[in-house]
Write a protein that binds this ligand. Structure first.
Ligand SMILES: Cc1cc2nc3c(=O)[nH]c(=O)nc-3n(C[C@H](O)[C@H](O)[C@H](O)COP(=O)(O)OP(=O)(O)OC[C@H]3O[C@@H](n4cnc5c(N)ncnc54)[C@H](O)[C@@H]3O)c2cc1C
Length: 420
């Protein structure tokens, strides 16, 4: 069966426009290393500028409304942009450059016009970044147990607490950039208890903290996936009550919109598995695979990744056509995380010990991508809800758990309900 989308003539003309703009604006010699923590400082600097250029054209967040700094374009146009970036070997995730974007849908749904103006526009234009301050040493999967406290003082809130695993997506980090500079590039969106006497889930606020606010310190965490994550300490950090999204005890509800997207509710249109394709090409171009059993393993792994891609496309389509989702986001996240682990197993079985050589080894193939993939797939089982948590959510939404729940509102369903 052929599931591929057929583009219209207008969309193909747009593709030409994107392609020639990218050709003109991506300098020759810009190379994206497998492990972004090995990226040269000049490349990071270029990424920052390039991201702003894309943002100014409305191509960084193509489907967001123009009035907020997006492109006002269709999902198909967005896919074209992402495909063309992929062809240039510039991963769209990498362009986020530390920017955790899980808050953007929550701002659209819950933010006032003034908050959208203050916090959304600069993000969609690629001028600022944000970090997600949810997880704490004692609150990960059970996020509602968090302890960070916000105390009202006049018109302000004063926040004190400790957050872990904080930073942009995928652990990307500029090794030469000092943490305070990064913080000054944007905001921290942070959950904190505002009313310790209120019931669980009705006791916290969702705050935007400007990165340069006094009282914030950061410490780099040395993780399996590199150095992109931080431990953040908040010591009497003062923010205006204008920076609370939703009501001051409505933070849990706002967070559900963020988690809905983080758990896969927005889908993904161009999520081809990069490592497996590189491994297959490498094997084809070199010694090949002569054992039928190993060929079968590779074929199964390829089919596995294609299935995940199609589930991502399904969610992307459902989101774009404003259909109500239930288990779909977490089903996609679960399949994606489990499939990644299976693919890592398959690569290890086919390529054996060479899959464990890192980029510094003289005999390494495809610049150490296989070894990095082994580590990243393990770590990727955790962020945005672990494998077990995705199963719990699917069960609740299918109605086969003691607790039943519905999907949180997203910009897609919010528009759908007001249209109705
Ligand atoms: C690479 C990476 C990036 C991250 N980025 C961010 C970030 O930017 N911002 C942020 O706030 N957080 C971030 N996180 C944190 C992430 O959200 C948490 O790691 C995740 O929620 C799990 O929490 P935990 O690590 O405390 O594990 P725990 O919640 O302690 O879980 C430990 C184990 O117990 C299992 N478990 C827990 N509860 C249940 C249950 N009810 N049923 C069955 N099994 C259960 C889990 O599946 C897991 O295997 C990141 C994590 C990683 C690894």
């Amino acid at each position: 069966m052929d599931f591929e989308y057929r583009y219209t003539a207008e969309q193909q003309a747009f593709r030409q426009e994107v392609r020639s703009w990218l050709d003109d604006n991506i300098p020759t010699g810009v190379r994206w290393p497998n492990d972004a923590k090995n990226m040269p400082h000049e490349t990071w600097q270029w990424v920052k500028t390039f991201r702003e250029q894309l943002g100014a054209k409305g191509w960084l967040h193509a489907t967001y409304p123009k009035e907020y700094g997006g492109g006002g374009l269709s999902a198909e146009h967005d896919v074209v942009i992402q495909e063309e970036l992929e062809k240039q070997d510039i991963p769209i995730d990498g362009l986020k450059f530390h920017d955790n974007q899980n808050d953007l849908p929550a701002l659209m749904v819950w933010g006032t016009d003034e908050q959208k103006e203050n916090f959304l526009v600069s993000r969609l234009r690629g001028e600022k970044i944000a970090w997600q301050l949810f997880t704490e040493p004692g609150a990960g999967s059970d996020l509602a147990s968090l302890k960070t406290r916000a105390v009202k003082d006049g018109d302000d809130w004063v926040i004190t607490g400790e957050k872990v695993f904080v930073g942009g997506d995928s652990g990307y980090a500029d090794p030469d950039t000092k943490t305070p500079d990064e913080l000054q590039m944007g905001y921290l969106f942070c959950l904190a208890i505002t009313d310790p006497n209120a019931p669980r889930h009705r006791n916290m606020g969702y705050f935007y903290i400007p990165g340069e606010t006094p009282g914030i310190t950061a410490q780099t965490l040395d993780l399996l996936v590199g150095h992109g994550k931080r431990q953040i300490y908040l010591d009497n950090v003062r923010v205006s009550s204008d920076n609370v999204i939703g009501g001051e005890t409505q933070g849990w509800q706002v967070t559900q919109t963020t988690l809905e997207i983080e758990h896969g509710g927005g889908g993904g249109a161009t999520q081809r598995e990069r490592t497996l394709s590189k491994v297959i090409n490498h094997l084809r171009e070199n010694e090949g695979v002569h054992d039928d059993h190993l060929k079968q393993i590779l074929m199964d792994a390829y089919i596995d990744t294609e299935q995940v891609r199609l589930f991502g496309m399904r969610n992307y389509w459902m989101y774009d056509t404003k259909q109500e989702m239930t288990y779909h986001g977490s089903q996609f996240a679960l399949l994606r995380k489990e499939s990644a682990l299976r693919v890592a197993d398959a690569i290890r079985e086919v390529c054996n010990l060479s899959s464990l050589l890192d980029f510094r080894d003289g005999k390494v193939a495809i610049e150490g991508e296989m070894e990095l993939h082994q580590r990243e797939t393990l770590a990727a089982a955790h962020p945005g809800g672990t494998i077990e948590v995705q199963k719990v959510i699917v069960a609740r939404r299918l109605g086969v758990s003691r607790t039943k729940e519905r999907a949180a509102p997203t910009p897609a369903t919010m528009v759908a309900s007001s249209d109705a």
